[in-house]
Design a protein around this ligand. Structure first.
Ligand code: BT5
Length: 330
């Protein structure tokens, strides 16, 4: 077993003890390693920020775990059907979506979760960048293998938006809103961004990747200077930090619930929940679609995830891509 694997195993043993002492003998037998090796692993865990008490006659006790997004931490008590049964963690990677493509091609199962503590080239849409400093946020990609047709894949963006909004609500007590097509907002500012990608052929989908970046404990000075849209973090809005591990677990549970429901009932319930979270439904907006600007009343979303806008002329436009903003005075 690698050093990392042994450390995760020790954490698992601690969890099983539920806060009680674990003797050096139990650990060395559980892992099949010497007492000296156990001591070395304990020291390495301490170096990573774990507070582990050692009492000569009793053994070791895990007093406090750091807020690191380690697979064993996240999987403890996760209880999901599919999401996060497999968790792949990177201290640093260029983009979790790129790793997810590799794992998708490598046959990893439906529900595999990829997490990075920091990204050196976090991706936004259209070649844009996602600021991904270490130690503060969640950067994750979820690999799904739904049995759906390629044209249905954009529906899953709304699944992730609803899951992120629910998880932020639970973690903060605040009321997040969604912005079409791929943002989640707190106090009108962007707190999370979604980047879904897929690998498909005409007859079917190989896999879909839900790329999710949530600003949890990011501080104001950590945001890039050239933001396209005002941005914030959960901690800035709430006034105190949130547990990254707790949030991640909550998010994967919400995705799991919504995904089960999606597979059973289709996208309609998700669209209805998304519409309830969107401030723009029922308002006059302006949508910049690059070639032209469409103005009108947002009436909702259709099942393909297109924004429905009724123009002054009475026609209903289905908008698949564009930047939407409320009309002045709205
Ligand atoms: C998005 O793009 O909102 C999608 C972001 C998806 C990020 C996740 S992290 C895990 C996974 N792995 C990846 O590599 N990506 C996904 P877009 O709508 O294009 O917004 C990008 C724009 O938001 C940038 O051009 C900036 O103006 C702004 N921005 C950059 N970093 C930000 C941050 N951390 N919070 C808020 N806004 C940010």
């Amino acid at each position: 077993m690698s050093g990392k694997g042994s450390q995760e195993e020790i954490l698992r043993l601690f969890r099983r003890k539920g806060g009680d002492y674990l003797s050096g003998e139990e650990i060395s037998q559980g892992l099949g390693v010497s007492r000296t090796a156990v001591w070395k692993h304990i020291r390495q865990l301490r170096d990573q920020g774990y507070t582990i008490e050692a009492v000569p006659s009793k053994g070791y006790r895990l007093a406090e775990a750091p807020d690191r997004l380690l697979p064993a931490e996240i999987q403890a008590g996760l209880e999901t059907q599919r999401i996060g049964r497999e968790v792949v963690y990177f201290e640093e990677t260029d983009s979790t979506n790129l790793r997810a493509h590799e794992l998708g091609a490598g046959g990893y199962p439906d529900g595999t979760v990829i997490i990075a503590d920091r990204q050196s080239a976090g991706k936004g849409r259209l070649g844009r960048r996602w600021a991904s400093p270490e130690g503060v946020n969640l950067y994750t990609s979820v690999l799904l293998r739904p049995d759906i047709l390629p044209f249905m894949a954009p529906q899953l963006t709304f699944l992730s938006a609803v899951a992120v909004a629910r998880a932020i609500g639970e973690a903060s007590g605040l009321q997040p809103r969604v912005k079409w097509p791929n943002d989640v907002l707190l106090s009108g500012k962007k707190v999370a961004g979604l980047l879904n990608e897929m690998h498909a052929e005409t007859e079917g989908i190989h896999y879909v990747i839900l790329g999710i970046g949530v600003n949890l404990n990011m501080r104001p000075e950590q945001f890039p200077g050239d933001l396209r849209y005002p941005a914030t973090s959960v901690a800035i809005e709430k006034g105190s930090t949130v547990s990254r591990t707790g949030f991640a677990r909550c998010l994967y549970r919400e995705i799991d619930r919504l995904y089960e429901r999606y597979l059973a009932e289709g996208v309609a319930p998700i669209i209805r929940e998304w519409e309830g979270l969107c401030d723009l439904v029922g308002r006059q907006v302006e949508v910049d679609c690059q070639q032209r600007i469409i103005r009108g009343l947002v009436t909702g979303l259709d099942e393909d995830g297109a924004l429905l806008v009724r123009t002054a002329e009475g026609t209903e436009e289905r908008i698949l891509a564009g930047d939407v903003r409320p009309m002045k005075g709205e």
